[in-house]
Ligand binder design. Structure first.
Ligand SMILES: Cc1cc2nc3c(=O)[nH]c(=O)nc-3n(C[C@H](O)[C@H](O)[C@H](O)COP(=O)(O)OP(=O)(O)OC[C@H]3O[C@@H](n4cnc5c(N)ncnc54)[C@H](O)[C@@H]3O)c2cc1C
Length: 294
């Protein structure tokens, strides 16, 4: 929404992926297998059973989040598998239960007894470092528009966030905005906002057009704009995205607004920013990795 209002948006290419979300967990409630499990000694294995991390980084499973996610992505592309595995079978299971009772329980609910079974895992999109450009008072490039939280780009996380800093950032910047408002006087502009006019539009009786475009958009972003990117895939992604964009804009113009339609439109804008700003980035840094920049 801020982008459509012409606010400055930066660093959208820096997306952090969590390396180990439970594969097969319901989409709306994806479950993370904490990275502390790898710290506890778990091994990552591909579908052949090979402990592949050591061929990517001498720290093995203890390499940083971005390297582990990228390595898993390469393994998945190489083998065509849908997921890799986290092997805990060699660990002290009683100690595991004490440290990670929730993970143990959730795995059991998915019929995975970590004592005997490897946990199927896959990287999942976790945090967007970029967003609406703000200063330390939460001011955006639009007069009187303030923002804080994950929608913003403060520069605080650089190209790759350190775990747990996002909640701190949201709190600190919310407080800064509050402080700014109680210590500064500023003039409210007297703008008349006209009522929403949806004359000539119709209620969509079916959601299939929205659903179809949403699925296409998700597949596009997953397959062409994932963890490891390439210029070729990014350029193809822009072409495909334009088709989806045009279809959804037409739909938006002729429909009465609905939450799913507005969300889809926003997702298309966000995808556009991620792809465009990825193409502009000429060096690999933090959460951004493009094979053509190597
Ligand atoms: C699985 C997972 C685990 C995480 N763990 C941690 C952690 O341990 N520590 C940490 O620091 N960070 C963690 N993060 C990141 C952190 O949760 C987010 O960065 C943080 O919650 C962002 O807060 P926010 O208020 O900016 O945005 P959100 O929490 O996303 O809140 C935005 C709100 O706006 C609402 N909204 C959206 N669109 C509209 C609209 N058009 N109109 C009205 N309302 C709207 C949404 O429904 C939502 O309630 C984690 C993220 C994930 C996904």
């Amino acid at each position: 929404m801020a982008y459509r209002a012409k606010a400055k948006i930066r660093d959208m290419e820096f997306i952090q992926f969590h390396p180990t979300a439970l594969y097969g967990a319901k989409k709306e409630s994806s479950f993370l297998i904490s990275e502390a499990v790898r710290g506890f000694g778990a091994y990552l294995r591909n579908k052949e059973g090979d402990r592949f991390m050591l061929s990517y980084d001498e720290r093995g499973e203890l390499a940083s989040r971005d390297i582990v996610s990228q390595s898993i992505d390469i393994e998945l592309k190489k083998t065509g598998a849908s997921h890799v595995f986290l092997d805990c079978t060699h660990l002290d299971i009683e100690a595991f239960k004490l440290h990670f009772p929730n993970i143990y329980k959730t795995c059991l609910q998915h019929h995975i007894n970590i004592e005997n079974h490897w946990i199927p895992v896959v990287p999942a999109s976790h945090y967007l470092c970029g967003g609406i450009d703000i200063d330390k008072n939460g001011k955006t490039s639009i007069v009187n528009l303030f923002a804080c939280g994950e929608c913003t780009r403060t520069g605080f996380h650089g190209a790759n966030r350190l775990a747990s800093n996002s909640l701190l950032e949201a709190l600190v910047y919310a407080h800064n905005i509050f402080e700014y408002h109680v210590t500064h006087e500023y003039k409210l502009m007297n703008i008349e906002i006209p009522d929403w006019n949806d004359e000539g539009t119709k209620m969509q009786k079916e959601y299939i057009l929205i659903q179809h475009n949403l699925k296409q958009l998700q597949a596009l972003m997953r397959d062409y704009v994932g963890i490891v990117r390439s210029n070729d895939r990014l350029k193809k992604a822009i072409k495909h995205l334009n088709l989806i964009y045009n279809e959804v804009e037409d739909l938006y113009k002729e429909s009465k607004v609905s939450t799913p339609l507005c969300e889809l439109r926003n997702m298309i804008n966000v995808s556009h920013l991620i792809i465009r700003q990825s193409l502009d980035r000429k060096e690999n840094k933090g959460g951004y990795y493009n094979i053509d920049n190597v």
